[in-house]
Every structure is written in structure tokens, then in C-alpha cells.
Write a protein that binds this ligand. Structure first.
Ligand code: FAD
Ligand code: EPU
Length: 340
């Protein structure tokens, strides 16, 4: 097992703030992962995937375990479905494209989400009307304390909007080694309810009802490229906050005062979901900049690092955004990004 010292993390996370790991171990298979878990058993350490949903508050991190497990294999098949195990270190978007090329459908709306497969259950990644829980059979993990391998079924993962048991009651309990997907080979129903997808398909000259899953993925990729900043050009971690839910009565009152406010059904009964990006923009914060930390000028829900911002500066900007939105609308924004 190779333990590297003083490893620069700037290029290993998409906010690209300056950060260094005192000790850094990269693992390429489950045996190496178990060895590393034993070595650090009594100590706190960060498990790192693609680093696209993290903010380092402190530039000195003690221990980082980078997951680089690769490969995928089909494990079962019927005429309609295929079950495939995909290792945690596989880049998410590569896996989406690979599955579509093989005629295995269900992940097309989730194209171009950064990061790796292993983190996909953590916050139940979602986009354009689909969440990963809909195609996920089970998660293969190693318990970080007992070093036991376990398989956790979908129903036990407590999946919810941008959340799962891995992010809540099991926080820091498991290393995710691979994810088993259940994809459709036949009779797949594409999902184009999300308005922007149909519009983009029409712009591509494709009637939304007869679009193929690959065409849906292309439409999603095109929308995402036009809206979201590319972390290779400008540091960011996607939506910094979750879209908040408020009780129906509060939503009604907000709508009376702000008739243009977007509101959506919430997965929780009696609640209504609001668009955090709209709230931030209406609070006058879209495009603001404090040093090199900023609120993106095209998508107010994305905080950005223009170059030399520290994690702390980005966090301070996030606190400012949170306070202004709360002052203006009485709504509290909860971070989606994992602050370390
Ligand atoms: P990391 O950032 O490395 O880690 C995230 C968390 O998971 C950390 O707590 C880490 O410790 C833990 N973790 C990672 N791997 C493992 C593992 N193998 N075992 C145990 N714990 C692990 N998200 C969406 O849901 N929808 C979007 O549309 C979306 N768009 C984005 C757009 C941009 C431009 C960016 C930069 C981000 C976006 N995100 C989106 C957020 C991000 O891409 C996802 O959350 C992604 O799943 C993070 O994967 P990662 O490998 O980079 O995880
Ligand atoms: N809006 C504004 N101003 C802005 C941004 C958005 O008014 O600056 C409004 C839009 O006009 C729209 C509403 O807010 O009426 C929602 O905007 P959008 O459709 O762009 O989606 P979002 O809520 O900002 C969410 C996810 C994204 C996901 C997209 C597509 C969350 C926190 N974010 O963004 O996920 O890709 O929908 O499904 O749920 C992520 O999690 O990192 C992420 C990027």
C-alpha cells in the first residue's frame, strides 16, 4: 500500500480551491480498500471520488482515501432487464454513455453529471425528472469499522431528494465499492416531461414522443452545457444549495407576494418545493462576486471559484447568500455540497 505525503488536492476536486492532504492513499481494488480501511481504522479520513460535490473549508486535510476501483460486469439478465455491477471509481458519465451504447436504458436523463459511480447513491443524484434510485438495485459496501463486505438493497437506502441513508444516518459508516444497476432492454419509456427536454429535442428536429434514449441524453447534455459552468474552466460543485420545501400555506402566501415564483410538487406531503436559484436571483445576488468567490451569472444556484478563492471564502459567500434569502423570503437554504 502506497501512502503518499503532502499531496496537492487542487486538481482532485472541482471547486479547485487550494488544499493538501497530509496522507493520501489511492486504492484500485477491494483488497487494497480493505487494507487502507484497516490502516486508518481508528482515525478520521475522507473518502474521495471525483471531488465534484465537496468544499474544503480548511486547506489542510489529514487523510484522504481516493477510490479508483474500475470495471463493470453484467450479473443477470432477462428478456426485459439487465443487472450490471459497476465499480465505484468509474466516471459516471462514461458509464451512462456505455450503457446507452449497449442498449441498456434508464440513465439517459442523468447524462453529464460529473463525479464517479460510487458517489451516485450518496445524494441519490438526480436531473431532468429522474433520480438514480429508479435504476439502482443495490449497493455493495465495506463497513469502515468491521471491514465486512455487505450488500444493501435499494429499499433500505432511504433514498429521497438529494439524500440517502449514506448521507444521513450512515454518514461515514461505509465505503461504497460498487453499485448494481437494473436497466431496461425493452419497452423502455423515455422521460421528457421536464419541459426543457422536449424543447431541446424539437430544436434538434426530433419529435419528443419518438426520441430514442440516446437522443434524450444528447438533449440533456446540450441543455446542461448551455446552463452550467464547466468545472475545467471555472471551479464549482454544481448546485450549492438544495431546492427548499415549505409548507403549502407558506407557499401560498409567498405566491401572493411574488406571483412569478416557481413552485413544484414536493415528495413530502403538505409541502411545496421552491427554486433556490430563483430565490437567490430575486434577492439580487446573481453574478455577485467577493474576491474570487462568486454567484454564477447564468445559474444563481451555482457558486464559483474564479481562480484563487479559498474554501473559506466560498463558504462565507454561501453564508451571505443564505442570510439574504432568509431575510427576503423567510426561507432557509440548506447546502447540497459536502463541506469538509
Ligand atoms: P465526491 O465529491 O468525491 O464525494 C461526494 C461525497 O460522497 C463525499 O461525502 C464523499 O466522501 C462521498 N463518497 C464519494 N465516493 C464514495 C465511496 N466510493 N464510498 C463512500 N463515500 C463516497 N448532482 C446531481 O445530483 N445532479 C446534477 O445535475 C448535478 N450536476 C452537477 C453539475 C456540476 C457542474 C457539478 C460540478 C456537480 C454536479 N452535481 C450534480 C454534483 C455531483 O456531480 C454529484 O453529487 C456526484 O455524484 C459527486 O460524485 P463524486 O464522485 O465527485 O463525489
Ligand atoms: N432560476 C432562476 N434563476 C437562476 C437559476 C434558476 O430564476 O439563476 C429558475 C429557473 O428559471 C427555473 C427554476 O429556477 O424556473 C429551476 O431552475 P433549473 O431548471 O435550472 O433547475 P435548478 O433547480 O436550478 C436542479 C438541480 C440540478 C439539476 C437541474 C435539472 C437541485 C439543487 N439542482 O437545478 O442539479 O441538474 O435541476 O434537473 O435540485 C446539482 O444537484 O448539483 C444540480 C446541478
Amino acid at each position: 500500500m502506497l501512502i503518499q505525503n503532502q499531496v496537492d488536492l487542487k486538481n482532485k476536486h472541482t471547486f479547485s480551491t487550494a488544499a493538501t492532504a497530509k496522507e493520501f492513499i489511492e486504492v484500485e481494488n477491494l483488497h487494497q480498500a480493505e487494507e487502507a480501511l484497516r490502516y486508518w481504522k481508528e482515525k478520521p479520513y475522507l473518502i474521495l471520488g471525483g471531488g465534484s460535490n465537496l468544499l474544503f473549508l480548511n486547506s489542510r486535510i489529514d487523510r484522504v482515501l481516493k477510490i479508483d476501483l474500475q470495471g463493470w460486469e453484467p450479473v443477470a439478465e432477462t428478456a426485459e432487464h439487465i443487472w450490471v455491477d459497476v465499480a465505484a471509481g468509474v466516471p459516471w458519465h462514461d458509464w451512462v454513455l456505455q450503457s446507452l451504447d449497449l442498449g441498456w436504458y434508464g440513465l439517459e436523463n442523468l447524462a453529464l453529471i460529473p463525479g464517479n459511480v460510487g458517489a451516485s447513491p450518496m445524494q441519490n443524484i438526480g436531473a431532468y425528472g429522474v433520480e438514480v434510485q429508479e435504476c439502482l438495485d443495490s449497493v455493495h459496501v465495506i463497513d469502515r469499522q468491521t471491514i465486512q463486505r455487505l450488500k444493501i438493497e435499494n429499499k433500505d437506502c432511504a433514498f429521497a431528494y438529494r439524500s440517502s441513508a449514506f448521507k444521513t444516518q450512515w454518514k461515514d459508516k461505509y465505503l461504497i465499492g460498487s453499485v448494481r444497476f437494473k436497466l431496461e432492454k425493452k419497452n423502455h419509456r423515455i422521460r421528457t416531461e421536464y419541459g426543457a427536454i422536449s424543447e431541446e429535442l424539437l430544436r434538434m428536429g426530433v419529435p419528443p414522443k419518438s426520441a430514442t434514449p440516446k437522443e434524450v441524453a444528447e438533449a440533456v447534455m446540450s441543455i446542461r452545457r448551455s446552463k452550467l459552468p464547466d468545472p475545467k474552466q471555472i471551479g464549482n460543485a454544481g448546485s450549492f444549495f438544495k431546492n427548499p420545501s415549505v409548507p403549502e400555506q407558506v407557499a401560498k402566501e409567498l405566491l401572493k407576494e411574488h406571483p412569478q415564483m416557481p413552485q413544484y410538487p414536493s415528495e413530502n406531503q403538505g409541502m411545496v418545493k421552491l427554486a433556490a436559484g430563483w430565490l437567490i436571483e430575486q434577492a439580487g445576488l446573481k453574478g455577485i462576486r467577493e474576491g474570487d468567490a462568486g454567484v454564477h451569472s447564468k445559474q444563481a444556484l451555482v457558486l464559483v471559484n474564479y481562480g484563487k478563492a479559498s474554501g473559506e471564502e466560498i463558504w462565507n459567500l454561501a453564508l451571505h447568500v443564505q442570510a439574504e434569502v432568509q431575510n427576503r423570503f423567510g426561507v432557509v437554504l440548506e447546502p447540497e455540497v459536502n463541506a469538509i
